[in-house]
Design a protein around this ligand. Structure first.
Ligand code: G16
Length: 551
């Protein structure tokens, strides 16, 4: 495209998407996220950036997701997904932030030219983008503004409408690997359902015969039971579709908080973040002791589980519990397969201390700690043959390296036990979304593992006992003054605060606490854990007071 053509396109589209002068935007933990009514100029330039990214990568398809995930209904956000379904390469986050803060059409034009020169981007290269959104009422208008941004550099696009975030990631990878030796799946929404359900059925049939089922009747295995709180988000109708169409004979499910057509209900009194943060049941669940429940978040990229024990107590099975369940299952399969594979676990500072001890001391699996954000965990997990990564909030997945997948495909097993383990490992790589944390895929994986182990939620919970913990938010005038180091476990600013935190923590047995600015909400998060519930709460209170008094 000539400079004149780009200027013409900007003349046509910029006017209605001009940036309000006084606002500042940052590409945070999961893209741009703020009140929906101030996002228009941001999504417009993200459309331009996605076009540049695709041209830079010779026309490979880039994904754009319009979502604010766990945030309240009035928020929205936008994030980019790279060709293999992974998060946008980090160096490009800086370009995104720069573009989002430019105040005039000329500045945007100059930045396009600057980036294309600096990165050697041929503006005549083709560019392709797929776009989807969650169920927020601001979604359609923000999608349309993003598409205006795509038109500036003549990008081909397809709007998939309402999808979960992980479905969009699946589509991006499937499109970019279509007809290749690493083909990820059929690039349609139904292709996603088929891939997951086929893998689920194969694993099920490999292990669950009528004789081994939990059923009293030997001829008809009992269905797997689950109640899902969909946070009134897009995950509800999508998992409904998948199970209805493909797994109805195996799973007995109920979905509550499934009013995705009521955008004001999104994440309200429900969802993974609500359950994890408040450590309580969401609305509309009347628990039956020892039955399993799950909560998705608004765009279904997170899931947490829970149950009520026989004493009527609420018990949370969070991302750490998912991580340990899957790691122990995978480790067992590796050993039964006769293969050599390096398995590792990636966590963040939010991981419960007991989970880290369990993985290291009992499972004897190495643990790596990274800053918050899937982009950081994913990167580290990709260094193992099998990398298990979960944030405590329920966001995570398991990565199988290409090399290990090819070993699984090309190994001739010598015993039926080896064969079953190898087939199961291979099908798990299909069942578990390899691109990003996925509530639907993680839910199916946990269900099949529990079914194979014949475990109820209490058996799962017994693997280790969580240290009591508390996660709170403190609202401060400027959260950006809170800067961290050492995978967010220590503050470097405001000056002197870290020393005060450490002195306070020392007063508590098994005490641990850290403070960091959220990358998705205008708040500072305080995490505290200690030996007892009362001590964890007191420590959380003490540290929150230190934070409030520091600014
Ligand atoms: C996003 C990220 C997660 C992160 C969470 C909270 O989740 O994808 O990796 O843990 O935000 O981040 P922060 O503490 O920086 O606000 P989601 O589900 O909201 O997309």
């Amino acid at each position: 495209m000539s400079n004149e053509e780009i200027r013409d396109q900007l003349d046509q589209y910029y006017g209605i998407h001009a940036k309000p002068q006084q606002l500042k935007f940052t590409y945070g933990t999961a893209g741009f996220r703020t009140k929906a009514n101030i996002l228009d100029s941001v999504v417009f330039v993200v459309g331009i950036l996605a076009s540049l990214r695709s041209k830079y990568l010779d026309g490979q398809t880039i994904g754009i997701m319009i979502t604010a995930s766990h945030n309240p209904p009035e928020d929205n956000g936008i994030k980019l997904c790279d060709p293999q379904g992974e998060m946008l390469e980090q160096s490009w986050e800086t370009y995104a932030t720069t573009l989002a803060n430019l105040n005039t059409k000329d500045e945007i034009f100059n930045e396009i030219i600057k980036l294309s020169t600096q990165l050697n981007i041929n503006l005549d290269s083709p560019s392709n983008v797929v776009i989807a959104r969650d169920s927020r009422d601001s979604g359609p208008i923000l999608t349309s503004s993003t598409i205006d941004g795509l038109k500036v550099l003549n990008t081909q696009y397809k709007d998939f409408g309402l999808l979960t975030t992980p479905q969009l990631h699946y589509l991006v990878k499937s499109i970019n690997t279509l007809n290749s030796t690493t083909s990820y799946g059929e690039p349609t929404e139904d292709g996603y359902y088929q891939k997951l359900s086929n893998a689920f059925k194969k694993i099920y049939n490999n292990f669950i015969t009528p004789a081994s089922s939990l059923s009293s009747s030997a001829s008809s295995p009992q269905k797997i039971k689950i109640t899902i709180d969909a946070a009134n988000g897009i995950g509800g109708p999508k998992i409904d579709l998948l199970i209805q169409k493909y797994l109805n004979d195996l799973i007995d499910y109920q979905i509550v908080n499934n009013q995705y057509q009521d955008p004001l209900a999104l994440n309200v009194g429900s969802g993974a973040d609500y359950v994890k943060t408040n450590q309580r049941l969401p609305n509309n669940i009347n628990p039956v002791p020892l039955q399993l429940y799950a909560s998705f978040d608004g765009d279904a990229d997170r899931v947490v589980f829970y149950y009520q024990d026989e004493e009527g107590l609420f018990k949370l099975l969070d991302g750490d519990k998912i991580s340990t369940l899957l790691t122990s299952f995978l480790k067992d399969l590796i050993s039964k397969s006769g293969l050599n594979a390096e398995i590792g676990v990636v966590q963040t500072a939010y991981a419960n201390g007991s989970s880290t001890n369990y993985i290291t001391d009992v499972l004897k699996v190495p643990v790596v700690c990274t800053p918050t954000g899937v982009k950081h965990l994913h990167h580290e997990a990709a260094k193992f043959d099998i990398g298990v990564y979960f944030e405590a909030n329920g966001h995570g997945t398991v990565l199988f390296s290409d090399n290990f997948i090819s070993v699984l495909k090309n190994t001739s097993p010598s015993t039926p036990q080896e064969q079953r383990a190898i087939e199961t490992l291979f099908e798990l790589s299909n069942l578990i979304n390899q691109t990003v944390g996925d509530a639907i895929s993680d839910l199916l994986t946990v269900l099949i593992v529990l079914t194979i182990k014949q475990w109820n939620p209490a058996n799962w919970d017994e693997l280790y006992t969580d240290l009591p913990n508390r996660l709170t938010k403190v609202i401060v005038p400027d959260r950006y003054v809170f800067k961290t180091t050492n995978a967010e476990r220590q503050l470097t600013s405001p000056e002197g605060l870290q020393e005060k935190i450490e002195l306070t923590v020392k007063k508590y047995q098994n005490g641990r606490s850290f403070v960091r600015a959220s990358g998705t909400e205008d708040a500072v998060r305080v995490y505290a854990e200690a030996n007892s519930r009362a001590e964890a709460d007191q420590l959380s209170h003490d540290i929150s007071e230190l934070v409030k008094n520091s600014v």
